[in-house]
Ligand binder design. Structure first.
Ligand code: SF4
Length: 577
């Protein structure tokens, strides 16, 4: 069974921006926050907003306090003024594409043009646009309505951003025939069109299509209609539990898409539900393989193996033997800290990775034992290596525990954010440093009693790889982090810029080892390890372009890069180069 996800599935740019602005305001402000009208047509998102103490303001009062967020549809200028006059701080989340239509209208209205809007007069976006047209604004929803309008000396025609393309083309043709002096602006947003075209294309290639999104979301319903028209099995589900899985039991290929108001975590829940429920239809070996990989990933055992492999690479780069103690400390410490982190972070996981949150809830006692046992095991090995290593590892372990602790800050809603996690980018930086210390500096200090240039270079190389891995998962987990008020690097920089940063870091890491070899810091053969960042770079590229890697497979491939580094090190060590 093969599941493919549409590239266009989920929030469109305008909706994502509005939700992010609302969540960021709730995370940063202590006062009341409102959205002027419901922010989005998705009950799960609205419920999260209400948990974050963001309420819906239906009418503008004479006087008010707090922050009001204008949703992606925009509002008439008079409403914006009224909100300000009432005493609210206004955050404008109007979609930039809607703002563009507003500016076209206001510019022409100022010069005496009449404004014809092809759209639904009940729609809030159209109500907002009309406000920019002044006294000479008209809304039409059919050619018949268009024909009833008076003749204008000067007029423009614009479209509601979600207008049907075929209808607007007929409006354009009508204007060319009857009023060639009217200026026509095609202001339809291509986000909807692209989404619909993709579901149409995908429907032709699969046995069934699953459309995820609110039952009252117009654009989601339209996607389900398009999928149905293809003649294939088409299911519309608001959330994973709503999916009638039995209707998909005979399907070999399934496409999943989602409406513009569907958050990532709901799509991920549906994907995980499908993977889990339908994996039973696969052959026994594939099913066992899937379960094994999934459990290795969820329990962090595979991650611990990767940490041990990086430690082996760190030691080899410095010309030291990869002692079992180095590998043991790195593996056990990383296993303990990451398990602890997921145990503390179940709220964030419930959005980012519901299956992981459930795994940690169901196995909390065993996982507590694993975290404590591996933490103590790592400390015991460090003790055997000497007091310096024990003290260092103890300090790092305590820092890891304190970092995850929650301190109430008295703010309402989902505000119990561990204080240290609110420091922007702190998680990524601390995780990176911790990995690099145990994998590069411990071997350096044990083997040579000092940190030589090779130790510093190994530290930088390992830190770069771990930084990319951690920030990559931060990108995947952006929506959940935002809900929980975490200031991760992708939240600070944005997804696109973070991805560019990771690609630059990887490109620099690829040339780093040959550069160090040229400078005489490492042997020339160390350059072979550049295959590891090169493989990561290819993975990021394919992931970004096609979104082909999903769920368990995506995590497994990313974690496998460290294991790959370990295999390359073994080959180099065995080859005696
Ligand atoms: S559909 Fe287009 S215009 Fe509307 S909010 Fe999304 S990106 Fe903006």
């Amino acid at each position: 069974m093969k599941i493919t996800i549409a590239k266009t599935a989920g929030f469109c740019m305008g909706v994502r921006r509005a939700v992010e602005l609302a969540l960021d305001s709730a995370n940063r402000s202590g006062g009341r926050i409102y959205t002027y009208g419901p922010l989005i047509h998705n009950p799960q998102v609205l419920s999260i907003l209400s948990q974050k103490n963001i309420s819906v303001l239906q009418e503008i009062p004479d006087a008010g306090q707090g922050t009001v967020i204008i949703r992606a549809h925009g509002v008439p200028p008079s409403d914006r003024e009224a909100l300000k006059n009432a005493g609210f701080h206004v955050i404008d989340a109007t979609c930039p594409r809607v703002i563009k239509v507003q500016s076209i209208i206001s510019r022409h209205a100022r010069h005496g043009y009449s404004v014809i809007i092809a759209g639904d007069r009940e729609h809030p976006e159209v109500a907002g646009l009309l406000g920019y047209a002044g006294k000479h604004g008209y809304v039409i929803n059919s050619l018949a309505e268009l024909e009833t309008l008076p003749d204008f000396d000067r007029a423009i025609i614009v479209a509601q951003t979600t207008q049907n393309t075929a209808f607007f083309e007929s409006v354009q043709k009508w204007a060319q025939q009857h009023y060639p002096h009217y200026r026509v602006f095609n202001t339809i947003c291509d986000s909807t069109e692209k989404r619909q075209r993709e579901v149409q294309d995908m429907s032709g290639q699969v046995d069934a299509v699953v459309v995820v999104g609110g039952y009252n979301s117009g654009n989601t319903r339209r996607l389900a209609d398009i999928a149905r028209q293809s003649g294939k099995t088409a299911l519309h589900a608001e959330k994973a539990d709503d999916l009638p899985i039995s209707e998909l039991s005979e399907c070999r290929t399934i496409a999943v898409t989602a409406g513009a108001s569907t958050p990532n975590w709901i799509i991920r829940q549906v994907m995980q539900h499908l993977e889990k429920r339908l994996s039973g239809k696969e052959g026994r070996i594939r099913r066992w393989g899937y379960t094994l990989v999934r459990n290795l990933m969820l329990s962090n055992l595979y991650l611990a193996l990767g940490a041990a492999c990086l430690s082996g690479a760190g030691a080899w780069l410095q010309g030291a033997a990869a002692k079992p103690a180095y590998l043991g400390i790195a593996g056990l410490y990383i296993l303990s800290m990451h398990t602890l982190h997921h145990m503390f972070d179940r709220i964030v996981d419930s959005y980012n990775d519901p299956e992981r949150a459930r795994f940690y809830q169901d196995n909390r006692y065993a996982l507590s034992g694993l975290a404590a046992g591996s933490g103590l095991g790592g400390l015991a090995v460090a003790w055997l290596m000497g007091p310096l290593f024990f003290i260092l590892l103890l300090a790092m372990s305590l820092l890891g525990v304190v970092y995850n602790l929650e301190f109430k800050d008295g703010r309402p809603g989902l505000k119990r954010v561990p204080v240290f996690k609110r420091i922007p980018g702190s998680k990524t930086v601390l995780v990176t440093l911790a990995w690099a210390i145990v994998a590069a500096l411990f071997p350096a200090l044990d083997a040579y009693g000092q940190i030589a240039p090779a130790g510093v270079a190994a530290f930088i190389w390992i830190a770069a790889l771990v930084f990319v891995r951690t920030a990559f998962f931060d990108i995947i987990d952006m929506q959940g982090s935002r809900i929980a008020g975490r200031e991760t690097i992708p939240i600070l920089l944005g997804e696109g810029r973070t991805m560019r940063l990771l690609q630059i870091v990887l490109a620099a890491t690829i040339v780093f080892l040959p550069g160090c070899a040229l400078a005489g810091v490492f042997p020339v053969s160390a350059s072979l390890l550049s295959l590891c960042p090169a493989a990561m770079l290819v993975f990021l590229h394919v992931h970004e372009r096609s979104g082909r890697f999903l769920g368990v497979l995506r995590g497994f491939i990313m974690e496998s890069h460290f294991v790959f580094a370990g295999i390359l090190t073994l080959l180099l060590a065995w080859g005696g180069v």
